[in-house]
Design a protein around this ligand. Structure first.
Ligand SMILES: [Zn+2]
Length: 114
């Protein structure tokens, strides 16, 4: 559980946002895997589904990072930085906020795009 979940739990309900592909609406990330980072872009440690994103390693780049796109429609999402997560061994997925739609889990409007 991340620290930002605590005040929400104290309010009596677990509040969880789901981040979807802005193009096709596929579920990509949960706010549970979101973490703060110095960069202005949203950062995640993992995806909701195993096939939420497709990864395209950039072998010709000096830093170990991977281009990440939507696993469903191929919409470009951002990059994964290997071993740059909040814990040792975790990756940091830096996603462009313009590539995501955020909705509260359980919201009926979440069915759009399916
Ligand atoms: Zn998509």
């Amino acid at each position: 559980m991340s620290p930002e979940d605590v005040p929400r739990l104290l309010q009596g309900k677990i509040f969880q946002n789901v981040y979807m592909c802005a193009k096709c609406g596929y579920e990509l990330f949960s706010s549970r895997s979101k973490h703060e980072h110095l960069s202005p872009w949203p950062a995640f440690t993992g995806t909701i589904h195993d096939d939420s994103v497709a990864k395209w390693p950039q072998h010709n780049q000096p830093d170990a990072f991977t281009t990440v796109s939507c696993g469903k429609c191929g919409h470009g999402l951002g990059h994964e930085f290997l071993n740059d997560g909040p814990k040792r061994g975790q990756s940091r997925l830096r996603i462009f906020s313009s590539s995501l739609k955020s909705i509260p889990k359980g919201n009926k409007s979440a069915s759009q795009g399916k």
